[in-house]
Design a protein around this ligand. Structure first.
Ligand SMILES: NC(=O)c1ccc[n+]([C@@H]2O[C@H](COP(=O)([O-])OP(=O)(O)OC[C@H]3O[C@@H](n4cnc5c(N)ncnc54)[C@H](O)[C@@H]3O)[C@@H](O)[C@H]2O)c1
Length: 257
């Protein structure tokens, strides 16, 4: 999809990848870029409009979409990018040990936010013959993030939803991209080279935003800014048993007593 002249929304835009997506969309000539976040600091972002929206709340996402469409025009691209990384435990005591509130938060932000966006926008996009969702998942949704079961499981679900969205609405003219980076230098993981996510290097948010929008312009479903992920994914598919063993071996080097 050509981005010049388009109406775009980015969630989780107060910082990190979301803020970089806002800058890159503007650089590529988008007509209106709406930056939204739960953090009031989103108002400091240089976007065409800024909005507070808790994406875990269906009615807030619906209201956001209605407000932007009534004031600025039909949304062409919705970047569902907000996410949380929690339940991180490098003692590897118990993969199920995160408490219920952590699991719920991960589910609500990393999965249901994408569902709420689709519920609000699919009817509108169908009525006008198409639209685009860029959903930020993670390489953890294709592989796993050693140390966080909440993140790994919910990012798999995010990818599963993106696949279903893409298939269900292809004939409605709706296109979907799933952004699946490994480590990115943002507040989420920082530049810690000892984080398991950082094993293959840490990209800047700017580089990830560029890769994401190159993928949207090429209308590619799977966007992998880190070059090694494609091979890992193929290796996993080729021999799942070997992959599980290899990941367990890799985990040993991150164990904190
Ligand atoms: N940083 C990485 O290494 C990495 C790797 C792969 C995928 N991702 C994904 O990229 C996306 C952006 O993350 P980031 O790295 O920029 O981290 P970040 O923490 O800097 O940004 C996440 C943003 O989401 C917002 N957010 C959280 N809960 C929200 C809610 N309920 N409603 C609205 N906004 C909410 C936060 O306020 C924050 O501004 C996330 O989906 C994340 O899972 C990040």
């Amino acid at each position: 999809m050509e981005l010049a002249g388009k109406i775009c929304v980015v969630t989780g835009a107060a910082r990190g990848i979301g803020a970089a997506l806002v800058r890159e969309l503007k650089a590529r000539g988008a007509a209106h870029v709406a930056a939204t976040d739960i953090l009031p600091s989103v108002h400091d972002i240089e976007a065409h409009s800024t909005h507070i929206c808790d994406v875990t709340k269906a009615e807030k996402v619906e209201a956001l979409v209605a407000e932007i469409e009534s004031k600025h025009g039909s949304i062409d691209l919705f970047c569902s990018n907000a996410g949380v990384l929690n339940g991180f435990d490098l003692s590897f005591d118990n993969a199920g040990s995160a408490d219920a509130a952590e699991w719920q938060l991960a589910w609500d932000v990393n999965v249901m936010a994408h569902v709420h966006a689709a519920r609000a926008l699919v009817p509108r996009m169908k009525a006008r013959g198409g639209g685009y969702f860029l959903n930020t998942a993670s390489a953890a949704g294709l592989l796993t993030l050693i140390g966080s079961a909440t993140y790994s499981a919910t990012k798999h679900a995010a990818l599963g939803f993106a696949e279903n969205l893409a298939i269900t609405h292809r004939d409605d003219g709706i296109r979907v991209s799933a952004l699946c980076p490994q480590a990115v230098d943002t507040a989420m993981i920082g530049d810690d080279p000892n984080n398991p996510a950082s094993l293959d290097g840490i990209l800047s948010a700017e580089d990830v935003a560029k890769a994401a929008l190159d993928g949207v312009e090429a209308e590619r479903f799977l966007i992998l800014p880190h070059p090694g992920v494609d091979n890992y994914f193929r290796a996993k598919a080729a021999d799942y048993e070997r992959w599980i063993g290899g990941m367990a071996k890799l985990q040993r080097q991150f164990k904190v007593e």
